[in-house]
Ligand binder design. Structure first.
Ligand code: 5AD
Ligand code: SF4
Length: 447
């Protein structure tokens, strides 16, 4: 039987889908080319905003109409619980984010005649966390995601993630190191470590249990993990996401200073620049503390790339609050930013507050921040013209096969023309002199 997985949401979902793919292949299923030749289709869902949930659930509905064996997995399942079968009465199965390891077994049960199977267990560590498809290669051919921290205990007022992804659990460092070693042995050069707030690795449960104190003197679990992964031969780059400013400790900066493999990019969601809104959101930092964290990174390296998430239209967000967000974004000099319109999520603290910023006003604020970011991205990238950046080649550009694309350590996309008769290799290190800059892209030529 052939299966297909459609993935919505964040990198964490992408990684969970990869693990399910590997589990299903190991159980004897075959990956389908497309929907037409698939017998089983699984939709991995997101619920962070209402629109995200609607997309995934709508997709599952269409597949049911096409008479495929249809399963829904991921965050929206956990949020809906039993309701998922009221929304989708003909859905075959639904599994929450912490139970995807059960999918092979569930498919057996369905083929034996069972229907409407629901698994939403809370804090399990899914089996198959370390399963990778295609002999260990995922995403691009030389890049792989590795989940290090499950769940989230931060409880920001607006966020449904702690309800759907459960409590924080740090995978033992020994397991993570073994997984990255196995990936490296399969040709993976770049890993991206995943967690909702990855710098809380090893906080709620010990990650280095039984390993003794670090010989290099690291006392914090995450910087120690980064340092340890840097020792693995074949691994050339380590990224991680997402981060919280409280995690920007001196030990993290020490890893940056001593380990060139750790990428000079941090995704550091700020959400708002207004101290009043930050306090209401329960973000546990002030504007000044956030900016101090950014300064720490840029003092270390002025080209350090910092990207962010921002919410516009949080309940009670005034014009003044919004202007504070605007000015913070300018002060922080974000290299890129993602703006989201506030969406009340059932059961969260902020859902009890009136959603009082009109949709049109949310839209306006969104557009203003996007325009600001375009101009700022252009300015930040203009400064790189004339410099030489090193990228790992990812592949030919989709629009123009004579042009290749790759990313530098700061996660900036750089494209370059490949001369006729010349060949590039996926995953190769390429040095490029930057000749032109756009808000989200750099153009270079080989040196
Ligand atoms: N409404 C709008 N945006 C949200 N995010 C999280 N919850 C909500 C919500 N209820 C945004 C945050 C987070 C990103 C993944 O999604 O900015 O960083
Ligand atoms: Fe969506 Fe959040 Fe779940 Fe990721 S963790 S899929 S963003 S709800």
């Amino acid at each position: 039987m052939k299966f297909l997985i459609h993935t919505y949401g964040c990198q964490m979902n992408v990684r969970d889908s990869e693990a399910v793919e590997a589990l299903l292949v190991a159980a004897g299923y075959e990956k389908a080319e497309g929907e037409e030749d698939a017998d089983i289709v699984i939709v991995n869902s997101c619920t962070v905003r209402q629109k995200a949930e609607e997309k995934a659930v709508g997709k599952a509905g269409n597949l049911i109409a096409a008479k495929k064996i249809t399963g829904l997995m991921g965050c929206a399942v956990k949020r809906m619980g039993e309701d998922v079968f009221r929304r989708l009465p003909k859905l075959d199965f639904a599994v929450g984010p912490r139970r995807f390891g059960l999918i092979p077994r569930i498919l057996e049960r369905i083929r034996a005649g069972e229907s409407r199977i629901l698994e939403t267990g809370d804090d399990e560590v899914p089996s198959g966390m370390d399963a990778h498809p295609d002999s260990g290669k995922s995403a691009g051919s030389f890049q792989a995601f590795v989940t290090v921290l499950l769940g989230c205990d931060n409880r920001c007022s607006y966020c449904i993630v702690p309800d759907v992804r459960g409590h924080e659990y740090s995978r033992p460092a020994r397991e993570v190191v073994a997984e990255v070693r196995a990936l490296a042995a399969h040709g993976v050069k770049e890993v991206c470590l995943l967690g909702q707030s990855v710098l809380r690795y090893g906080v709620r449960n010990a990650a280095w249990e039984g390993e003794g104190p670090d010989p290099d003197g690291y006392t914090e679990a995450f910087p120690r993990l980064l340092k340890e992964l840097c020792k693995i031969d074949g691994i050339e780059r380590i990224r991680f996401t997402s981060a919280h400013p409280r995690g920007c400790t001196d030990e993290l900066v020490r890893v940056y200073r001593t380990e060139p493999k750790v990428c000079r990019h941090l995704h550091l969601p700020v959400q708002s620049g207004s101290d009043r809104v930050l306090a209401e959101m329960g973000r546990r930092y002030t504007r000044a503390e956030y900016l101090a964290a950014v300064r720490k990174l840029r003092d270390f390296d002025p080209e350090f790339a910092v990207t962010t998430d921002v919410i516009v239209g949080y309940p009670g967000e005034t014009e003044e609050d919004f202007e504070a967000t605007r000015s913070l974004m300018e002060e922080a000099g974000f290299d890129n930013s993602f703006v989201f319109k506030y969406s009340p999520r059932p059961g969260t603290r902020s859902a009890k507050l009136p959603d009082d910023v009109p949709t049109a006003e949310k839209e306006r604020r969104d557009q203003v921040l996007l325009a600001d970011q375009e101009a700022r991205g252009q300015r930040r990238n203009d400064r790189l013209v004339g410099t030489v950046r090193e990228v790992l080649a990812e592949g030919p550009s989709k629009r123009n096969a004579a042009r290749w694309s790759g990313r530098d350590s700061g996660n900036r996309i750089v494209v370059w023309d490949v001369a006729e008769g010349c060949r590039e290799t996926v995953g190769a290190r390429v040095k490029l002199r930057i000749t032109a800059a756009h808000p989200q892209i750099l153009v270079g030529e080989k040196v």
